[in-house]
Design a protein around this ligand. Structure first.
Ligand code: GLN
Length: 538
């Protein structure tokens, strides 16, 4: 796809509180422009000092999203990839850590000889440079830049200053600002309150940024008079105050924004010389319709240890929803904590399918093995992803002549380490960015269920792990029935396994969930859902 325009920028800031869906709002605006036929990318700025999200606990920041080039990034990149249907480079996640690291490295090389290196201009220049490098990497028409956190945070200051400068350098006609805020409803007063939005807009103006659009998030719709009040106090056009109340599905947000003619507003504001034709979103409307069906339903259990924060498994959840919608069912997803010796059998008996996601560390491992055992005994469709696949191999080994089989991740003195660390990994001492990360080729074995799902032999999937299937046990476990349905092209690494005599039990060492799109469900998820649908009718 060729770009039509020199890159235009839409910068998204947040006000009032965090977690109001800035990522979804950004992705949704991007979706509208993408549907109009533009080449769109998105960048997430995280003002924390961590170099990447890889070392962050999922409880705090939710899932770590892995890009095709092996960067461990913020989960918002997952929203962007799903809504925009693009593959973003890892550099699309800019952190304070990355900015400072590169500036300090340049200073050590003598890159600023004689100069005193400062936040302004060196850090701010580097931020702009990183934004532009991203935009130039694939000649995008429009790049959305979402600044994490809320306006007023100390750590966002250099970024806001850089973004203001960017507007000046690129020209006002090429850069616009969207401020996403929250409008609380006070039960006692019986009304919505706009004051927090007024304050955060004022805060934004104090750093020289006037928003062009204010997206008001709220639990219920707000009325036009209130929108007028916000336009008046925050000094934006009335039609540029849009309200996105909580939606039934996140995929509906582009349609809500489109109803407010936000696409048309953006097109005019940054001078995109195209026709903002709403019918171009019809395909998206169809997808949303299929995602909103309410029956027939199937119950799928995700058995993991980070279940208290559903965002920890966000790409898996979305992949299940995409796959379910594509075959005309609704997936009821239940999160079950694996941090137990034995899972509650009553809860398990309600499940039509079981998914064991990835994870790190021993806690919750035995509960996951119990889920595998339950699935085997009851012929319930079972999908193991990364650590989930390692659980499947471990439990299969335990049931087939290797009592106490386990992964070396939890014990380095095992008699049967069926999951073990590769020699190259053993030499690595650092924790950040040192796993097997990003896209790797894989070869599927014909005649397997996995092949039925993919329909092709050569695939590419994203990884994030240190441990692998131990080849010392490969022949024997195969003799006992374990099916190896995918390997690295040189046949050295086991990438996918299947259980024999089971309706559907597939485990993969990679993370298929990063490649599912609402318009293009991942083949393994789709096949899993088909099996579940079949099984739930029996
Ligand atoms: N902890 C396991 C490993 O490092 C699995 C990782 C994961 O599930 N992402 O191999």
């Amino acid at each position: 796809m060729e770009r039509i325009f020199l890159t235009k920028y839409i910068i998204i800031t947040g006000g009032v509180v965090s977690s109001i869906g800035k990522g979804i709002t950004s992705a949704s605006m991007g979706r509208i422009l993408r549907s109009y036929g533009l080449k769109v990318a998105a960048i997430k700025i995280d003002p924390y000092l961590n170099w990447d999200s890889g070392t962050l606990n999922p409880y705090q920041h939710g899932e770590v999203f892995v890009t095709h080039d092996g960067m461990e990034t913020d989960l918002d990149l997952g929203h962007y990839e799903r809504f925009l249907d693009v593959e973003l480079d890892g550099l699309a996640n800019i952190t304070t850590g990355k900015v400072y690291e590169s500036v300090i490295a340049k200073e050590r090389e003598g890159g600023y000889l004689g100069e005193c290196v400062q936040v302004i201009p060196h850090i701010t220049n580097r931020i702009k440079e990183m934004i532009r490098e991203n935009s130039e990497s694939a000649d995008y028409d429009v790049v959305l830049v979402e600044l994490g956190g809320t306006v007023g945070d100390i750590e966002s200051q250099p970024f806001l200053e850089a973004l203001r400068q960017l507007r000046n350098e690129e020209g006002r006609e090429n850069v616009m600002f969207v401020h996403v805020t929250f409008i609380p409803y006070l039960n006692a007063a019986g009304e919505f309150k706009t004051k927090p939005t007024q304050h955060s807009t004022k805060e934004l103006r104090s750093v020289g940024i006037n928003p062009d659009v204010i997206v008001c998030r709220s639990q219920e719709p707000i009325d036009d008079a209130l929108r007028g009040k916000i336009a008046h106090f925050c000094d934006v056009d009335y039609e540029a105050v849009v309200n996105t109340p909580d939606a039934g599905t996140i995929y509906e947000v582009p349609l809500v924004l489109e109803e407010h003619n936000i696409g048309e507003f953006i097109v005019k504001r940054i001078g995109l010389d195209i026709e903002p034709d709403s019918s171009k979103l019809d395909e998206w409307r169809e997808i949303v319709k299929s995602l909103k069906i309410t029956e027939p339903t199937v119950n799928i259990g995700i058995v993991g240890k980070y279940v208290e924060l559903e965002d920890s498994y966000i790409s898996i959840r979305e992949s299940l929803l995409h796959a379910a919608a594509s075959i005309g069912v609704k997936a009821n997803i239940k999160f079950l904590s694996s941090d137990v010796e034995e899972l509650d059998r009553d809860a398990m008996s309600e499940l039509n399918g079981i998914l064991i996601p990835g994870g790190f560390g021993e806690r919750g491992f035995e509960g996951k093995l119990d889920a595998v055992e339950y699935a085997i005994e009851n012929n319930v469709p079972l999908f193991g992803i990364c650590l989930g696949m390692q659980c499947m191999v471990t439990q299969f080994a335990r049931l087939n002549g290797y009592p106490g089989a386990n992964s070396s991740e939890f014990d380095d003195n095992l008699e049967f380490p069926v999951i073990d660390m590769m020699e190259e990994q053993k030499k690595i001492k650092n924790m950040g960015g040192t796993m097997r990360l990003g896209s790797y080729d894989c070869k599927i074995v014909e005649g397997t269920k996995t092949f039925e799902a993919y329909g092709v032999i050569d695939i590419e999937e994203r990884h994030r792990h240190r441990y692998e299937f131990n080849n010392d046990f490969r022949q024997d476990l195969q003799d006992k029935g374990l099916i190896i349905s995918g390997t690295s092209p040189d046949d050295f690494l086991v990438e996918i396994v299947e259980f024999p005599n089971h309706p559907w039990a597939i485990g993969c060492q990679f993370h298929p969930e990063f490649k599912s799109r609402p318009n293009r469900p991942h083949p393994l998820f789709k096949s899993f859902l088909e099996a579940i649908n079949e099984f739930s009718k029996n």
